[in-house]
Write a protein that binds this ligand. Structure first.
Ligand SMILES: Nc1ncnc2c1ncn2[C@@H]1O[C@H](COP(=O)(O)OP(=O)(O)OP(=O)(O)O)[C@@H](O)[C@H]1O
Ligand SMILES: [Mg+2]
Length: 497
């Protein structure tokens, strides 16, 4: 029998109930008993499968309300730090425990004054935590549990020294747990050097990516990417989407371009002030913007309800990053669609990503102007039907009567429709915007094409088996053909597991 909710203490059961979780996810079933036993562990499970709760429940069951810092959770980014602390806060709602997020960019004095609440649990980014250690405003002498979320990233070059420094300040006698959706063998070996006889808790799946995420690739020239994105956004009208760009400059330029084209988009990257970063994340979570354009700073861990589409405007450098980026959708049992833009010179890099994730990414044909226009018009029809069914427009009746009497119903309606379509104009503008070109991505793992550059390998032919797919098979626009509706409206959301 696997571990289940009934075995938890009452305050946690109640909190989990309030969060709407009906049962535990597989990684939670497997990792919680090991964590409760006080063992060190490395937990690996796909994106969006509830690793946060998997690592939080054991320490919430085990620590006491002694007002010392007993648990330290480390995360690679500020946004993730804030999010993880929120999840812990929700889980500990009925427990006499305090948690606090400590991250860079926030006023350190404010953090110092929040520390007066005597939190038992600190969630931190490494840099800012080290500041506090230097100032002796945080001490780690009483730490019982250390958790590295996104452990493989934390043990990568950029962070590993900070992590070492931090772990040195923690007592030897402690429980250490590491979690991630990706754990390359060499990183796993490094991880083990910081742990005592860790148990490997893995929810094995055939692929690194989540099956609920549909993955597609478009082979597209660099200077046609913006037009492609514009058309896809217009056709599919995602609820919320994330667009990943390679560099900060790329993110800035792309955000500006999308705004100019009339999309509600904002950018997120490490050069923004913390205030700006917080604002952007808040707007995105509250659906006041539809599109978050970001660098890899947003690739890991972020959990935003309603993200139905992820676009890799630029391919990521490594396959792990691909896994985490696309994992921002298809979370907790929901569907998602991930689309990657690949320049012809990056085909080998895509092949390397496919090999690593053990999943073949379907090649999709580029939407033509004609097809795009047709879908836009069908979407327009849906908009009008929605308005007919739900709208209140009685106050416009005299205008309609007047226009119909003067110009006839058909002309009057067509003129009115033309006012609300932006599509053709958008295409026109998208073609005129020049983004600074990014270099093609290449990694030492991407093998060159057989026959050199420009060779059209027979391998690629198999990928075009979707050529005749329709971009519009939704409930209103299409007249009965096909089942998939992903090309237009956002994928349907199932209930969370
Ligand atoms: N038992 C559960 N039932 C339903 N939903 C859950 C359950 N546990 C967690 N969730 C929800 O699932 C979502 C994803 O959880 P979480 O962010 O912990 O995933 P993750 O495995 O850490 O993903 P990533 O690898 O991207 O960091 C969250 O919204 C969380 O609240
Ligand atoms: Mg996570």
């Amino acid at each position: 029998m696997s571990f289940n909710i009934e075995e938890l203490s009452y305050p946690l059961k109640k909190a989990i109930d309030a969060m709407g979780f009906e049962s535990l996810t597989p990684i939670q079933e497997k990792a919680i008993p090991v964590g409760l036993a006080g063992r060190d562990l490395i937990g690996q499970a796909q994106t969006g499968t509830g690793k946060t709760t998997a690592f939080a429940i054991p320490f919430l069951e085990r620590i006491d309300d002694d007002d010392k810092v007993q648990v330290l959770v480390l995360t690679p980014t500020r946004e993730l730090c804030i999010q993880v602390e929120k999840e812990i806060y929700k889980l500990s709602r009925y427990l006499p425990l305090h948690s606090l997020a400590i991250y860079g960019g926030q006023d350190i004095k404010r953090q110092i004054s929040s520390l007066k609440n005597r939190p038992q649990i600190i969630v931190a980014t490494p840099g800012r935590l080290k500041d506090h250690l230097r100032r002796r405003t945080i001490r780690l002498n009483d730490i019982k549990v250390v958790i590295l979320d996104e452990a493989d990233e934390m043990l990568n070059m950029g962070f590993v020294e900070d992590i070492e420094d931090i772990l040195k300040e923690c007592p030897e006698e402690r429980q250490t747990m590491m979690f991630s959706a990706t754990m390359r063998p060499e990183i796993k070996r490094i991880a083990e050097t910081y742990m005592k006889d860790p148990e490997m808790v893995k929810v094995s799946q055939e692929t690194l990516t989540v099956p609920a995420i549909d993955q597609e690739a478009f082979i597209v020239y660099e200077d046609k990417k913006l037009l492609l994105l514009t058309r896809l956004l217009d056709m599919m009208q995602p609820d919320l989407s994330m667009v990943f760009g390679r560099t900060k400059r790329r993110v800035d330029e792309l955000t500006r371009a999308l705004q100019q084209l009339g999309f509600r988009a904002e950018g997120l990257h490490g050069d923004l002030s913390q205030y700006q970063r917080d604002q952007v994340m808040r707007k995105f979570r509250e659906k006041r913007i539809d599109i978050l354009v970001a660098t890899d700073v947003a690739a890991r861990g972020l959990d935003v309800q309603g993200v139905t589409h992820v676009f890799n405007f630029d391919l990521p450098q490594d396959a792990d990053s691909y896994v985490h980026r696309i994992g921002r959708t298809g979370r907790a049992g929901n569907d998602g669609l991930a689309m990657s833009f690949v320049t012809p010179r990056e085909k080998d890099h895509l092949a390397y990503i496919e090999r690593t994730i053990k999943h073949k990414i379907a090649r999709s044909p580029l939407p033509t102007e004609q097809r795009t226009q047709q879908v836009r018009q069908e979407n327009l029809r849906i908009q009008v039907v929605d308005a007919l069914e739900n709208g209140e427009f009685d106050q416009l009746s005299w205008v309609a009567e007047d226009l119909i009497a003067t110009y006839g119903a058909q002309d009057a309606l067509m003129a009115a429709l033309s006012l609300i379509t932006t599509g053709d104009q958008r295409d026109f503008e998208a073609k005129r915007i020049n983004l600074t070109a990014e270099k093609p991505v290449y990694s030492k793992n991407s093998v060159p094409h057989k026959g050199g550059r420009g060779h059209k390998g027979s391998r690629n032919k198999n990928f075009h088996n979707r050529k005749n797919r329709s971009y519009n098979k939704g409930k209103h626009g299409d007249h009965g053909k096909g089942k998939s509706d992903k090309w237009k409206k956002s994928p349907r959301r199932k209930n969370a597991q």
